[in-house]
Design a protein around this ligand. Sequence first.
Ligand code: GTP
Ligand code: MG
Length: 262
Amino acid sequence: MGVVADRRTVGHPGVGRVLVVIPTYNEADNVGRIVARVREAAPAVDVLVADDNSPDGTGAIADGLAGADPQVHVLHRPGKEGLGAAYLAGFAWARQRGYDAVVEMDADGSHAPEDLPALLDAARDADMVIGSRWTRGARVLNWPLRRLLLSRAGNLYARLALGVPVSDATGGYRVYRAAALDAIDLASVRSQGYAFQVELSRLAHRAGVRMVEVPITFAEREHGDSKMSPLIVAEALWRITTWGLRDRRAAARRPDALARWP
Ligand SMILES: Nc1nc2c(ncn2[C@@H]2O[C@H](COP(=O)(O)OP(=O)(O)OP(=O)(O)O)[C@@H](O)[C@H]2O)c(=O)[nH]1
Ligand SMILES: [Mg+2]
């Protein structure tokens, strides 16, 4: 008991108190597994499940987990508003409670909690850590070719259009230290799907946030349904194109910015 309490106050060495935010929509088959894996892999970090009133009862399952473990919390949101809105609410929840770092993690098991200690170690020397599927040492398991191609193409486009110097700007396994969240104008963020991850990468890069990528083992979800849709891909394409054009126009007006491009 004493050991658990001590670990909780310590958080992750060199990083501080950490909150893992897990957004959920219809993840009844996954929420228990993922929370248990996080608690096992990183016992010193806290967990917040941000549920959008899932019709399949995910929120009630999360309440049960929270009732049994003081390091697990639930944020109930009134309805499905997208991944981006759920994360912004989770970030605000963390900041109100003085957490030093926030982790983004999917509920479906694609992001291995076992990789979390390595991500948090990397956060000692960076304000933002991206768990990357596309750096040396990373692995992507059981993804069909069309998903691999979509991710590679999306990342290539994001890098060319926006100049964000990361290999996995669409990935959703990340650590943000408080300094990164402070540097990013979160109130301006509008995107919902994959575009949310790209938007935060772009804003962090523009704000001069120290970013680092760490290879991860990414696995296709085994239970439940994907929320990926053509609409989410279209949103990302549209927003990346709009930001890219806006950045180029701004660069053309400011010679100093042009010198830094991309
Ligand atoms: N709170 C909330 N969570 C969401 C919403 N949409 C997706 N999520 C969660 O966000 C995470 C990622 O969604 P996924 O459906 O796995 O999307 P994906 O990883 O792009 O797609 P797959 O690789 O096919 O699984 C999961 O934990 C979802 O439950 C939403 O509108 N609200
Ligand atoms: Mg997924």
